[in-house]
Design a protein around this ligand. Sequence first.
Ligand code: PMP
Length: 445
Amino acid sequence: FIHKPLTRTTNSAALFDAARQVIPGGVNSTARAQWSGWMPYPLFVDNGNGSRLQDVDGNQYVDYLLGLGPMILGHRPSGVTRAVVDFIERRGTIFALPTAEEAVLAEKIIAAVPSVDQVRLCNTGTEAVLYATRLARAFTRRRKVIRFEGMYHGFSDGVYWSKHPALAKAGPDDRPNPVAQGPGMPEGVEENLIILPWNDADILADVIGREGDEIAAVLTEPVMCNTGCILPKPGFLETMRTLTQERGIVLIFDEVITGFRLGLGGAQERFGIRPDLTVFAKGLGGGFPVAALGGHADIMKLVADGTVSMAGTYTANGIAVAAANAALDELARPGTYDRLDRISDILREGLEAELRAAGLPVNVVGIGPLMQVWFAERPIENYRDAERHADQGLFRLWWEGMLERGVLFHPGAYENLFVSTAHTAEDIVLTLRAARDTAVALART
Ligand code: PMP
């Protein structure tokens, strides 16, 4: 990659130079850092409006970054904005006491997601995963958690392992070593983790067969969204459900990305699997920070009786609850997900057609309004496949070409394109035209 300055983004460049004096790396999240792909600097945002985002140089983009997922209703969805402003103006924000709206929201989540009997709110996906694994350990009185290489479940010490390890450090394909995300993680935590390759039911069965009595939980995204987009092989999630059930292991679905995106009932509705615990975040809040942990009443009972504490000054604050209530009402409107799927299918198939027409080796993998372009000659089934067979350099050029043509998504090949209910047919036409021009230019290089 040639780190060429993007054209027409000089105000972003200046703001970045100023920000990095006072903010480490100039940004407030690693996913916005230079080394996560935003080279030479991230775009600084002026505003978002529906499916569009405008940077501080006045450039407009069709936005498939969508805040990395939360903006499923597009930017500034009026129903959510109104609900939040109204709540703040008439009621307040934080009381350290419950409001009636919390149970209203819980009922909506329970109605939408059949595996959820009861649900507790928190603020971020990281928190909700931390609680889910703690609860699973408390419930089973076992200590180990299986997690899969290439997934991300937030940055807490207990799970921030083997997200994207260098293969030289990652051990054998069938039994990866836990690799810490970096220094500063307490030693010994990894003894409670078993890292496995995703999408391999035989290996999962073998490990659960041998070590099942020590395993508290299997923690997985139902669709792998943090190594690009990788779909579960047919039968993989079903096998996972059967194996965990047989050995009394808590199955935790991390639906931070898929929840309220692949349908009101998330990926579990789509695939017809009932996990024991589910983590929600992004889509739930329509752009406001809120997360939730829901699950089987037998397990949630440990929270009810105080055996496992779930606390937080900001949990279920008025803004979060008002936003989530309004977002779920909006999403529950008849036809919402049908339309979202339809427009997303056109986008996915169109992108693949344009890139293939230019002779590029490509698969556009996704489900509903969630997808990623893989520049690879063969299907990608897990993290090591991606590391070995996907062309990250080509992805980078693709990203640049699309950005130059007014289409925004994350520069990382291991991220996703997100579609919102605000995306229009015109957006898709613009995007596919940009894809054709970019693909032709890439084929020439
Ligand atoms: N789980 C998954 C699957 C995620 O994608 C993310 C965030 N991208 C998280 C957990 C962590 O969520 P948060 O950023 O809200 O802490």
